[in-house]
Design a protein around this ligand. Structure first.
Ligand SMILES: CC(=O)SCCNC(=O)CCNC(=O)[C@H](O)C(C)(C)COP(=O)(O)OP(=O)(O)OC[C@H]1O[C@@H](n2cnc3c(N)ncnc32)[C@H](O)[C@@H]1OP(=O)(O)O
Ligand SMILES: CCCC(=O)O
Length: 446
């Protein structure tokens, strides 16, 4: 059948498309910015007829019309692979639950372990001349979801860029049951992150560890942004990009001529990622850009793939670290903040790369309006989930320096970590370390 006729035959209103959903169903939503908008709104309107519908999403970057419509949680339940601030809010009301994952395993978990979603709904770019719709802003695990789904429903959004691949970054009209033309809502944009003075100091500590030809992975937030600024102003050259999340810092570095990918041992010359989130400039930059490639996350985040890239540098953030070198990046006590995401994948992959380095960063203290606490703690708070086990942790960075945990005994770790803690907490940390039998009399504080 001609592609355009096939498209027209499958084109329905959102109200009609969501009629296939039944009580008791599991529905997978497209990853991140490929989550549905108009379809979720139409689902919310069916609330009173549906019970116990489980929605699985990641990051939740669109409004949650269905969850908002049901304060009782009898009709719709949100299950999410990574919390956004909206999910934190729903979680506190008992309407959302976290699904633990290592991000590289998302497609595998979807294919092999999860209750299969009967319905998959996603936002995509308009169909191209070959019958493909792009999920390049959120390739991650979408194709794994559709392989198990009985119904695949796409919502076309003209604002979604067409991103080239890679693998599993698009879907063909022949794999789709229904197409909906939505109101083309604008994509969420992240405000430009202005790095704090502390972020800049942390970035300064890392920049000295970078050299020509490194391949960089950056997470979200002020520190990666500060690293991007410093790289853009540096003499570094021929850097590569292999990351799960494409962020604005890469554009700055690219425009400054620092990124060529010339020395990448795989995917030479390409900037590789699995999803994108940032400014409007970013969405325009990745649109039809042959210099970037979107991949399924079981490729980008696979520690074995990462390890094949020499001189890999991974830079991510955490919430707290204890004196054993255990890293917490997802909860504070039992209060759920975000998720494991790809942090563990990159820590493991980068360490196995030839000359690879992984940096987990945090300011030395956490400040609220009436309290300053050390983020380096003798032990993690009761209920805090460990994201990076002590045996996996490589380098921890604060504004006071870098502490390498690899190959270090417990007393050496305590010494290295206290040396990068805030000076006003060091005496207390030494006292606690002594009580925990991980401090020797010969230990030194700089
Ligand atoms: C998306 C990516 O990062 S891709 C890279 C790989 N993936 C990962 O590293 C996943 C795990 N890491 C993460 O999720 C993030 O990097 C984080 C959460 C560790 C840090 O992200 P940031 O955006 O810098 O976090 P931010 O400082 O805004 O804190 C998030 C929340 O935790 C709270 N928080 C942070 N640190 C603390 C602390 N030490 N004590 C108590 N609360 C804290 C903040 O108050 C905030 O809560 P609120 O939104 O209710 O105000
Ligand atoms: C799940 C995607 C986000 C992250 O890795 O932090």
């Amino acid at each position: 059948m001609h592609l355009k006729s096939e498209y027209q035959n499958k084109l329905v209103l959102a109200e009609e498309a969501v009629q296939v959903i039944e009580s008791g169903d599991w529905i997978d939503y497209g990853f991140g910015l490929t989550g549905p908008y108009e379809l979720d709104k139409a689902l919310a309107r069916r609330k009173d007829e549906l019970f116990n519908v489980n929605i699985r999403n990641t990051l939740g970057l669109w409004p949650h019309f269905s969850i908002d419509s049901d304060p009782t949680g009898e009709h719709f339940t949100l299950n999410t692979w990574h919390f956004s601030s909206a999910a934190r809010e729903f979680y506190s009301k008992g309407l959302a639950y976290y699904i633990p994952m290592k991000f590289n395993e998302l497609p595998m978990l979807t294919r092999n372990d999860c209750i299969p979603a009967r319905v998959f709904m996603a936002s995509v770019s308009p169909m191209d001349n070959h019958g493909f719709f792009s999920f390049g802003v959120g390739a991650a695990g979408n194709m794994a979801s559709i392989e198990n789904a009985e119904y695949v429903i796409l919502e076309v959004n003209e604002n979604i860029p067409r991103v080239l691949g890679g693998n599993q970054e698009n879907i063909h009209i022949s794999q789709v049951n229904f197409v909906v033309e939505g109101p083309n809502p604008e994509l969420l944009t992240l405000p430009a992150t202005e790095p704090s003075e502390t972020d800049k100091k942390i970035a300064q500590n890392i920049i000295h560890k970078l050299y020509d030809g490194c391949c960089i992975q950056l997470g979200i937030g002020g520190i990666p942004s500060a690293v991007g600024n410093l790289v853009a102003q540096s003499d570094l050259k021929d850097l590569g990009v292999h990351t799960e999340m494409y962020v604005d810092a890469y554009i700055k570095m690219t425009k400054a001529g620092k990124i060529t990918g010339l020395r990448k041992s795989i995917d030479k010359y390409k900037q590789v990622f699995s999803f994108a989130l940032g400014s409007q400039e970013l969405y325009e930059f990745i649109d039809d850009n042959p210099g970037v490639a979107a991949y399924s996350v079981d490729y980008t985040n696979n520690p074995y793939i990462i390890s094949q890239i020499d001189d890999f540098v991974s830079i991510n953030a955490c919430i707290e670290v204890d004196l054993f070198g255990q890293v917490s990046s997802e909860t504070v006590g039992t209060r759920h903040i975000s998720g494991t995401g790809g942090q563990v994948d990159f820590v493991e992959g980068a360490y196995r790369s030839k000359n690879g380095q992984s940096f987990i960063c945090m300011p030395s203290t956490y400040k609220t309006s009436n309290q300053v606490t050390s983020r380096i703690k003798p032990i993690l708070a009761h209920g805090t989930v460990v994201t990076g086990t002590r045996s996996a942790t490589h380098m921890i960075v604060t504004e006071y320096g870098i502490a390498n945990m690899k190959g270090k005994s417990t007393w050496e770790r305590a010494e290295a970590l206290i040396n990068i803690s805030h000076p006003s907490f060091r005496d207390e940390l030494i006292k606690e370390a002594s009580a925990m039998k991980i401090w020797r009399k010969s230990n030194k504080i700089k």
